[in-house]
Design a protein around this ligand. Structure first.
Ligand SMILES: Cc1cc2nc3c(=O)[nH]c(=O)nc-3n(C[C@H](O)[C@H](O)[C@H](O)COP(=O)(O)OP(=O)(O)OC[C@H]3O[C@@H](n4cnc5c(N)ncnc54)[C@H](O)[C@@H]3O)c2cc1C
Length: 399
C-alpha cells in the first residue's frame, strides 16, 4: 500500500516571510512550491544586507514588542513563538554566526545577506521545496485556484507573502491589493524621508551631504543620530525613527515642524557661553563656524530653518532649528510599508476568514515598525505562524 500523497501547498512571494513559511512546511513533510515573480528570490533581503543586514534586536521583549505600536497585541504571540533568540539560532544554523552591535542591533558577522540566502536556498532545496521564478500571481480563478501568469494552479492551501510597496523594482509593489480584494489599511510609506522646500542654492551645495550628529525632536520625542540632505528633502536613520509620527501629522495638518538641534553635545548654557564673545568684524557665518564649531552645512541649514536673518539668540536658534516638512517621500523610496491587510480579516493563524485555506504573512499585513531589525523579525515570525496555520489546516482536512 503506497503512502498517501503529502498535502500540496503553494507559497507565493519568495521573500523572508514566504521562504520561512516554505521552510517550516517542507520540514513537516508538505510538498511546497514557491512562486516568485522576479527572476531570483529575496531581492529585498539582499538589498537590506547592503548596509549591514540587521536581523533583529537584543532589547528586552517588552520594549521590543512596543515597537509594533497598535499591531503589538496581534504580533506578540507570533513573536513569542518565533523570538529574536530563535531567529539568531536559525541564522547560526545556516552557518551565519551573529553579533550584537553597540546599538543593540543584531547582525550576521558576514554583514551581507548573500551567504545566508545561499545557505537557506540550499536547505530549502534539500527539503524538497520546488522554486518557480518569473511566476506572477494575478489573483484567484472563479473556483479558487491561483492565477499564476496565465495558468490556474491548485493547492491544498496557500501562503501569500507578497510584501509591501516600497522599492518596487525589487519585486513587491502592492499590486496584490486589487486581486486579493481583502479590506486593507492604505499602504503608506514607513521609515521614509520627507520633502523640504530647500532654497536652490542650498540644494546645489549640500544635496547628498550627511548631517553627522544631530538630535531631532518631534512631538516631545528626541532622537540623536544621522540625517542626510537630499535634493528634495531629508532622510536617514534619525528621520526614519520619527517618520510614522511625522507622516501622520502631515496627513492631518498638511505639514510638520521637525526641530533640529545642531549642537546636541552642548547644553544651551554652554553654547551661550561660547557665543558670548565679541564678534569683531566677522560675518555671522565665520563667527558660528569658529565660536560654535558649526559646519557650513549646519550654518546654512540654520538659515533654511530660521530665514536668512538669524534670530538674535543664536544659541537658542542652534539648539532648535524648526524645519518645515511639507510631504512624505513617495512610498517607492521608503524602507518599508505601513498599512496592509487588516488583522481583523484574519484568524489567529493568519488565515483569511473570507478565503479558508489562504494564509498571509510578512509586510503585506497591517503593521509597521522602525528600523532596527523589527521588520525582518516580524516578517520571519509571521511566515512561521502562517506555516503552522497551514499545517493545522491541511492536517485537519487530510489524513
Ligand atoms: C533598502 C532596504 C533596507 C532594509 N534593511 C532592513 C534591515 O536591515 N533589517 C530589517 O529588519 N529590515 C530591513 N528592510 C525591510 C525588509 O527587507 C522587509 O521588511 C522584508 O523584506 C519584508 O519581507 P516580506 O517577505 O514580507 O516581503 P518582500 O521581502 O518584499 O518579499 C516579497 C516577495 O514577493 C514577491 N512578489 C510580490 N508580488 C508578487 C506577485 N504578484 N507574484 C509573485 N511574487 C510576488 C516579490 O518579488 C518579493 O520577492 C530593508 C528594506 C529595504 C528596502
Amino acid at each position: 500500500v503506497s503512502a498517501p500523497a503529502p498535502p500540496k501547498v503553494a507559497v507565493v512571494g519568495g521573500g523572508p516571510a514566504g521562504l520561512m513559511a516554505a521552510e517550516v512546511l517542507s520540514a513537516a513533510g508538505v510538498a511546497v512550491t514557491v512562486y516568485e515573480r522576479m527572476p531570483t528570490l529575496a531581492r529585498r533581503l539582499l538589498m537590506a544586507g547592503r548596509g549591514g543586514l540587521n536581523l533583529t534586536h537584543s532589547e528586552p521583549v517588552a520594549p521590543f514588542l512596543e515597537r509594533y505600536g497598535p499591531a503589538a497585541p496581534r504580533l506578540t504571540p507570533l513573536i513569542d513563538a518565533f523570538s529574536p533568540a530563535a531567529l539568531v539560532a536559525w541564522a547560526e544554523g545556516l552557518g551565519q554566526p551573529t553579533f550584537t552591535g553597540s546599538s543593540g542591533r543584531i547582525f550576521p558577522k558576514a554583514m551581507k545577506a548573500s551567504p545566508l540566502l545561499r545557505a537557506w536556498i540550499a536547505r530549502l532545496e534539500a527539503q524538497g521545496v520546488r522554486i518557480v521564478t518569473r511566476a506572477d500571481w494575478r489573483g484567484f480563478t472563479g473556483d479558487g485556484a491561483l492565477k499564476i501568469n496565465d495558468e490556474a494552479v491548485t493547492a491544498d492551501a496557500v501562503v501569500l507573502a507578497l510584501g509591501g510597496a516600497s522599492w518596487p523594482r525589487l519585486g513587491s509593489d502592492g499590486s496584490w491589493v486589487e486581486p486579493l480584494g481583502a479590506p486593507i489599511a492604505l499602504l503608506r510609506p514607513a521609515n521614509s524621508g520627507f520633502i523640504v522646500e530647500w532654497s536652490p542654492n542650498f540644494v546645489e551645495r549640500f544635496a547628498g551631504a550627511p548631517l553627522k550628529t544631530v538630535a531631532l525632536t518631534f512631538k516631545g520625542r528626541t532622537l540623536r543620530g544621522e540625517a542626510m540632505i537630499t535634493r528634495t528633502g531629508i532622510e536617514g536613520g534619525a528621520v526614519y525613527a520619527l517618520s510614522a509620527a511625522l507622516r501622520d501629522a502631515i496627513d492631518a495638518d498638511g505639514s510638520a515642524i521637525l526641530a533640529i538641534d545642531l549642537s546636541p553635545d552642548l547644553t544651551i548654557e554652554a553654547l551661550t557661553r561660547k557665543l558670548d564673545r565679541p564678534r569683531g568684524g566677522q560675518s555671522t557665518s565665520s563667527f558660528l563656524r569658529k565660536a560654535a564649531n558649526l559646519s557650513p552645512l549646519a550654518i546654512n541649514l540654520l538659515r533654511e530653518a530660521h530665514g536668512r536673518d538669524l534670530p538674535a539668540d543664536l544659541a537658542a536658534a542652534i539648539k532648535h532649528a524648526p524645519l518645515r516638512l511639507t510631504a512624505v517621500q513617495p512610498i517607492a523610496r521608503a524602507i518599508s510599508t505601513a498599512g496592509g491587510v487588516l488583522f481583523d480579516e484574519l484568524d489567529e493563524h493568519l488565515m483569511l476568514k473570507a478565503r479558508p485555506g489562504v494564509f498571509l504573512a510578512g509586510e503585506m499585513l497591517d503593521w509597521e515598525a522602525p528600523t532596527g531589525g523589527y521588520l525582518l523579525q516580524a516578517s520571519f515570525a509571521t511566515g512561521v505562524a502562517a506555516a503552522k496555520g497551514v499545517l493545522a489546516y491541511v492536517g485537519g482536512r487530510k489524513p
